[in-house]
Design a binder for this molecule. Structure first.
Ligand code: ATP
Ligand code: MG
Length: 254
């Protein structure tokens, strides 16, 4: 199962992905988290030493080779070997495997082309056994969808908070996700206080989010102190558990 997350800036994508990673780990699943945000933050949310993992972007020469970029040519061949990347750039800690894409190396046209090319290939070619879950955390907004980076995922979660602007972005992301034919796209509510918030979200989105995360004092505190978010699921109205179950049900329904 390969799951990506998107949504407007600061709506809680990384937090929800980390909570989902913790939930799947608790269930005994084999969890690989890929941090594709140019300002990576996932290691901290999972309680992993940030310095322990080599970002893919630090390996630009290698990436250019893998992506088949010949010097002076803006084109990449279409067959980067991805299997050994999985081994070389993965950190195993706290029961998770973590891969970090790293700071964007702006190439011509301002695109992180080698990194995204390798990521796209990786997502498409990675073969998973039934117990494996790949969780892809991404930067805010719609760029990744525009580049087709996430075309290889089975499911896209769009995090949305009860505000008009967040709903607008979520709908735009949904439209693009449908265009690049991601098989399942679901909304996930965050910072949802009450029934009024739920109704506002469902009305604005035209669909019911599959899980609602409350505003949690403990989560905010954990972030400020640089602590992992795992272990505080109890305070979250069982939202991580519900989200994991809904994802599972949707995968089985296909
Ligand atoms: N349910 C919640 N309750 C309380 N605080 C939350 C909740 N979800 C997220 N936050 C806080 O909101 C802030 C932003 O969260 P997070 O970094 O997960 O968002 P993001 O969407 O990944 O942001 P970015 O777009 O920058 O990647 C963090 O300080 C986080 O602790
Ligand atoms: Mg984030």
């Amino acid at each position: 199962m390969k799951i990506a997350i998107s949504g407007k800036g600061g709506v809680g994508k990384t937090t929800i992905m980390a909570l989902l990673a913790a939930e799947f780990k608790k269930q005994g699943r084999d969890v690989l988290v890929i941090d594709a945000d140019p300002s990576p933050h996932m290691a901290q949310s999972l309680g992993i030493r940030p310095g322990g993992v080599t970002p893919l972007a630090d390996m630009t020469r290698l990436l250019a080779e893998r992506a088949g970029k010949t010097p002076g040519s803006p084109f990449y061949q279409l067959n980067p070997k991805v299997n050994d990347l999985l081994r070389d750039f993965m950190l195993e800690e706290q029961g998770y495997r973590l891969m970090v894409l790293g700071a964007i190396q702006k190439a011509e046209g301002g695109c992180a082309c080698p990194e995204n090319h390798v990521l796209r290939k990786m997502l498409k070619k990675m073969l998973l056994d039934a117990n494996e879950v790949v969780l892809l955390d991404m930067e805010a907004g719609v760029e990744h969808l525009g580049r087709g980076t996430v075309a290889g995922v089975d499911q896209l979660l769009i995090v949305v908070i009860p505000s008009r602007s967040s709903i607008r972005t979520a709908l735009k992301i949904k439209q693009l996700a449908d265009e690049v034919r991601i098989p399942r796209v679901s909304f996930v509510g965050n910072l949802v206080l009450d029934k009024e918030d739920r109704i506002f979200l469902a009305g604005g989105l035209g669909a019911e989010p599959i899980a609602f995360f409350p505003d949690s004092r403990t989560l905010r505190k954990a972030e400020r102190q640089g602590n992992a978010v795992a272990g505080i699921e109890a305070e979250l109205d069982r939202a991580p558990e519900i989200l994991a179950r809904k994802i599972q049900e949707q995968v089985q329904a296909v």
